[in-house]
Design a binder for this molecule. Structure first.
Ligand code: PGA
Length: 249
């Protein structure tokens, strides 16, 4: 039996008041279900509002979308893992494709961020995924596994085993194009094999999420695919009833 993880990546949407209105609706639509975990990644400025709204629900957790790799210091405009933890975050997205492709984050920087997350006690959701060019050149697994190995280069096997991985093909994010369940499964199986290499048997238990244009119509099929343990959802997580529908898949 799977214990699926459903993660909402709100990106640069939802001000605190919007998030409170969303959560009031979502909590009404979604009574606690013990057999699944739900994560919210609001903007850092909205984090506290969401933390406050879910404080009575141990099945719901909150994370930040990005951190700096240093614990503190002169980095104007940045947030550290320690500050995020202090504000109530328990999770962090590391190496999301928009960080990599819009802001130029490197594999090495993602690895340093994952290490910073571990130092602060945040659980990292390590995001990996190939571009369309890379897929067409047949480089998908090579790219994804290189990103994964770099992301965990500075943490211990037991810390890797405590993380989550999200496979998000860049060409599927926000485009309405979804990987077929078969394509997703091939990459998820390669990630699982790499996790076993890195951590031994403990790698079996690391949730591997799929992301990229997930919606209410395709969530069930994706979740049923081998080695797909959850979903990381952007656009379709922004409306409470819709998101509750996906989480109840
Ligand atoms: P999308 O975004 O669901 O809007 O494609 C997913 C993500 O970027 O995590």
């Amino acid at each position: 039996m799977k214990h699926p993880v459903f993660a909402a990546n709100w990106k640069m949407n939802q001000a605190p008041a919007d998030a409170k209105a969303f959560m009031r609706q979502f909590l009404a639509y979604y009574p606690r279900q013990q057999d699944r975990t739900v994560l919210f990644f609001p903007s850092a400025l909205t984090l506290s509002a969401v933390v406050e709204m879910v404080k009575d629900r141990t099945d719901l957790s909150v994370g930040v979308q990005n951190i700096h790799w240093e614990d503190k210091g002169a980095f104007t405009g940045e947030n550290s893992a320690t500050i995020a933890r202090g504000a109530g975050a328990r999770y962090v997205l590391a190496g999301h494709s928009e960080r990599r492709h819009v802001f130029g984050e490197t594999d090495e920087q993602t690895g340093l961020k994952v290490a910073a997350a571990e130092r602060a006690g945040l659980t990292a959701v390590i995001c990996v995924g190939e571009t369309l060019d890379q897929r067409e050149r047949g480089e998908t697994n090579e790219v994804v596994l290189r990103q994964l190995r770099a992301a965990v280069a500075h943490i211990e096997p037991n810390q890797i085993a405590g993380s989550l991985v999200a496979y998000e093909p860049v060409w599927a994010i926000g485009t309405g194009k979804t990987a077929t369940t078969a394509d997703a499964s091939v990459v998820h199986q390669a990630i699982r094999a790499a996790l076993r290499d890195l951590t031994g048997e403990r790698g079996e238990a690391v949730p591997i999420l799929y992301g990229g244009s997930v919606n209410r119509g395709n969530a069930a099929a994706l979740l049923a695919a081998p080695e797909v343990d959850g979903l990381l959802v952007g656009g379709a997580s922004l409306e409470a009833e819709n998101w509750a529908g996906i989480v109840r898949t």
